[in-house]
Design a protein around this ligand. Structure first.
Ligand code: NAD
Ligand code: PRE
Length: 305
C-alpha cells in the first residue's frame, strides 16, 4: 500500500476517480474527502468514493500522507492558503488542475519552503463533459497520459512517489516544464473547448435556433460535446491561461478568415486542397493520439444523446 490516508480536496470527477482507482488497486488505506458543498461530500461518501466526509480542509488532511487538490483552478488559491496552516509535516501534495503556471504561482504564494518542496503539480489528460461525484469512475485514467510538471523545489523521490501513484491508476506519466504544459494544453484542450462553446453560442443566437437544434446531427454532436463541460471549471481555465489561449484563438480566427476568403471567392480548388490537408493531418495523427490514450468516445456519444 502506497499511502495510508488520502485527503481529497474536491470530491468530483477528477478527485473521485483517483480515489476509486487507488482503492481498487489497494494502494490507499483510507480516503477522507472535503468539498465546499455538504451535499457533494455526502454524495461522494454514498457513492463509495470516500470513506468519510470532513467538515473542513484541516479535518480532511489531519493524519493524511497524500493530499490531492481537485477543485477548479481558481478555488485552489483559497485551498492552498488553508493547507499552509494545517498540512501534516510528512504529507505529499499534488493536484489535477488543467492549468499549471497559475497553480504553481498560488502554491509559491501560500506554502512554506518545506511545504512547497512536497507539492508536485500534475494534470491527468483524461476527463469528460460531465462533472461531480456521480461522474467519477475507477478506470478514468487507465491508458491515459498524466503530465507532471515538477518544480525546482521538489525532491526527486517525492516526484517519483507521485509518478508511481499515477502509474497505479493505469496512466502513463510524462513530465513537462510548467510553461510548456500551458502552451501545449492551450492548443490541444483549451482552444477546442473555447471553439465548442462559441459554436453552440453562434447557433443559439440564430432566430431559427429551435429549428437548427432540431436538425442538429452527428457533426454538431461531435464538435460540441465538450460545450456541456462545467462552466466554472472552464471560466477558471480560460482566465488562468488567458495569454496562451488568446494566441490560439487568434491563430484559429486566422484560419476561419482564410476559409471565409476562399469561400467568398468561390475557389473550389483551394477549398478542396485546404480540406485535403486538414484531413490528411487528422487521419495521420488521430490514431497516434488514440493509441496514446486520447479519450474514448463518451457514453453520451455512444448513445447518440
Ligand atoms: N473535467 C475534466 O475533464 C478535467 C480533466 C482534467 C483535469 N481537470 C481539472 O480537475 C479539477 C477538478 O475538475 P472536476 O472535473 O473534478 O470538477 P468537479 O466539479 O467534478 O469537482 C470539483 C470539486 O471541487 C469542489 N470545490 C469547488 N470549489 C471549491 C472550494 N472553493 N473549496 C473546496 N472544494 C471546492 C466541488 O464541490 C467538487 O467536489 C479542475 O481543476 C479541472 O481543471 C478536469
Ligand atoms: O474528454 C473530455 O471531455 C475532456 O474535455 C477532457 C480534457 C480534454 O481532453 O480537453 C479536458 C480538460 C482537461 O484538463 C483534460 C482533458
Amino acid at each position: 500500500m502506497m499511502f495510508r490516508r488520502l485527503a481529497l480536496i474536491g470530491t468530483g470527477l477528477i478527485g473521485g476517480s483517483l480515489a476509486l482507482a487507488l482503492r481498487e488497486r489497494g494502494e490507499v488505506g483510507e480516503v477522507v474527502g472535503y468539498s465546499r458543498r455538504l451535499d457533494t461530500r455526502l454524495a461522494a461518501e454514498r457513492l463509495g468514493l470516500i470513506d468519510r466526509p470532513a467538515d473542513s480542509i484541516a479535518e480532511a488532511v489531519a493524519g493524511a500522507d497524500l493530499v490531492f487538490v481537485a477543485t477548479p483552478v481558481k478555488a485552489m488559491d483559497a485551498v492552498l492558503g488553508e493547507l499552509a496552516a494545517c498540512l501534516p509535516g510528512d504529507a505529499l501534495v499534488t493536484d489535477g488542475g488543467s492549468v499549471k503556471g497559475a497553480v504553481v504561482e498560488r502554491a509559491r504564494a501560500h506554502l512554506s519552503a518545506g511545504q512547497l518542496a512536497r507539492f508536485v503539480p500534475g494534470h491527468p489528460i483524461a476527463g469528460r463533459e460531465r462533472s461531480g461525484p456521480e461522474a467519477a469512475t475507477a478506470d478514468l485514467y487507465r491508458g491515459h497520459r498524466v503530465i507532471l510538471t515538477p518544480i525546482e523545489e521538489n525532491r526527486a523521490e517525492d516526484v517519483a512517489r507521485i509518478e508511481a501513484m499515477w502509474q497505479a491508476t493505469g496512466a502513463r506519466i510524462e513530465r513537462l516544464e510548467v510553461a510548456h504544459h500551458d502552451h501545449v494544453l492551450a492548443a490541444t484542450s483549451h482552444l477546442p473547448h473555447a471553439a465548442a462553446y462559441a459554436m453552440v453560442s453562434a447557433l443559439a443566437r440564430l432566430a431559427e435556433r429551435y429549428e437548427v437544434f432540431r436538425y442538429a446531427a452527428g457533426g454538431f454532436r461531435d464538435f460540441t460535446r465538450i460545450a456541456s463541460s462545467d462552466p466554472v471549471m472552464w471560466r477558471d481555465i480560460c482566465l488562468d491561461n488567458r495569454d496562451e489561449i488568446l494566441v490560439m484563438l487568434d491563430h484559429y480566427r486566422a484560419e476561419l478568415d482564410c476559409l471565409r476568403d476562399m469561400l467568398e471567392s468561390a475557389d473550389g480548388e483551394k477549398i478542396e486542397h485546404y480540406f485535403h490537408e486538414a484531413k490528411a493531418v487528422r487521419d495521420a495523427l488521430y490514431p497516434v493520439a488514440q493509441a496514446n490514450g486520447a479519450n474514448p468516445v463518451s457514453e453520451a456519444d455512444e448513445t447518440g444523446r
